[in-house]
Design a protein around this ligand. Structure first.
Ligand SMILES: Cc1cc2nc3c(=O)[nH]c(=O)nc-3n(C[C@H](O)[C@H](O)[C@H](O)COP(=O)(O)OP(=O)(O)OC[C@H]3O[C@@H](n4cnc5c(N)ncnc54)[C@H](O)[C@@H]3O)c2cc1C
Length: 383
């Protein structure tokens, strides 16, 4: 077992906080730098699947976490005209929970384990020999540095670790609106519903986020200027989804548009996940389009997996190699299959229904999509 030392972590998101807890629980002293002035996860809701609930259970915060969200009983996949093509029990996420709720619980849990979280602290560089540089020039030395600084990681770039950065042709905008009686009515048939509607090269994902909120994502091509407009272009989206006029009107009226921005999806692969004393974690190492709802799942799995590998291996170099060997294949599997799932958007309308239904009739395909969700993360016990 490597002797516990001191870790400096850039980023108090899902990956950074879970790694911080994992290390602190194994005797490390840990400081997390978060560039925002308050802990404020971006993007409202998040799909929580079985692999993620195992992590919350391992950290002892499962009940509190689930208490802040909604259990989702089925996913209805729709054509643009509203026809239900597929209705699946528990498809793509058993729970939908507010990101802020999760990040705030992770932060409290980290602080209970002795982690120091410094907000308003931006890391601008890190060196393989274990030094981080903060904006303003202050430096800190550490036995381990974790770059969990998200999709636009400055540390990853300063270490020249990127092997492939693919800007996808599409992206999305996330929003949240109040949950009304008409939303609750959708849920009366067979439990709480998540709805995923596909039309042309646009997609609407609709899901309750709590008893009082509904979370929506609109995805479309980058070149679709009407589709990616914020505030939403109701007429343009109504053309693709003629039965969803009232929902689109509500989006236009009830969304806090200052909080929303359209983001283009990216896939990132690294040459390797570490350099010297620096480990790259989460979106910084392996960003992926969000169709399978596993980006945060992998950030958390790999955060805990890193702490476990460090505990198991005789030295840091061995631990980082073990960690990458153990966690990277599944992460890259999800990167590939989230692209496959998202490619439905590019299919002609007649083929879309067949592709959506394939998941129900070809168990092998459903297993590819669900492999991360069914995985027992390193450091977790089966439920
Ligand atoms: C539309 C959309 C929907 C998604 N839906 C899901 C879903 O349902 N389920 C799911 O699992 N995933 C989903 N994801 C993916 C998920 O959001 C990410 O994979 C996840 O947030 C990655 O976690 P992270 O900790 O690596 O990075 P982040 O959550 O991005 O956290 C990084 C943190 O680092 C901070 N930071 C950045 N730079 C610095 C710096 N230089 N110094 C200090 N701090 C810094 C940031 O402020 C941030 O707090 C979705 C993504 C998108 C775009």
């Amino acid at each position: 077992m490597a002797k516990p030392g001191h870790a400096e972590i850039a980023g108090a998101g899902f990956g950074g906080l879970v790694a911080a807890i994992g290390l602190a629980d194994r005797g490390w002293s840990v400081r997390v730098h978060e560039r925002r002035h308050a802990l404020h996860a971006e993007g409202y809701g998040i799909a929580i699947q079985d692999n993620m609930t195992l992590i919350f259970a391992a950290l002892g915060i499962l009940d509190e976490t689930l208490a802040g969200g909604m259990e989702i009983d089925r996913r209805d996949s729709l054509k643009g005209n509203g026809e239900v093509v597929l209705s699946l029990k528990n498809g793509l996420g058993r729970y939908r929970i507010s990101r802020r709720h999760i990040v705030s619980l992770l932060a409290k849990r980290a602080e209970r384990s002795g982690v120091e979280i410094v907000t308003g602290s931006t890391v601008v560089d890190a060196t393989p020999d274990g030094e981080i540089v903060l904006e303003g020039g202050e430096t800190h030395r550490a036995d381990l540095i974790i770059a969990a600084d998200g999709i636009n990681s400055v540390i990853r770039e300063s270490l020249h670790l990127t092997a492939r950065q693919v800007w996808q042709k599409e992206g999305g905008v996330r929003m949240v609106i109040p949950r009304l009686a008409e939303d609750i009515a959708i849920d009366t048939r067979d439990g709480t519903a998540m709805i995923e509607a596909w039309s042309e090269k646009r997609r609407i994902l609709y899901c309750p986020n709590s008893q009082t909120e509904v979370y929506i994502i609109l995805t479309c091509m980058e070149r679709d200027t009407a589709g990616r407009a914020t505030p939403v272009d109701v007429a343009a989206w109504h053309r693709s989804f003629p039965t969803m006029g009232p929902l689109l009107e509500r989006l236009s009226r009830d969304t806090d548009w200052d909080e929303c921005r359209w983001v283009r999806f990216q896939t990132i692969r690294l040459k390797r996940w570490s350099a010297g004393r620096v480990a790259i974690l989460g979106d910084a190492a392996h960003a992926m389009p969000p169709y399978l709802g596993q980006g945060a799942g992998h950030a958390m799995m790999n955060g805990l997996g890193l702490a476990v590998a460090i505990d198991e291996a005789p030295n840091l170099a061995g631990a980082l190699a073990l960690w990458e060997r153990r966690e990277r294949p599944l992460t890259e599997h999800t990167q590939r299959w989230t692209r496959v799932y998202g490619s439905t958007i590019f299919l002609p309308e007649w083929l879309k229904s067949l592709a959506i239904n394939a998941e129900k009739h070809i168990p092998w395909l459903a297993n590819q999509y669900g492999r991360a969700a069914q995985h027992i993360p390193t450091g977790c016990d089966p439920a």
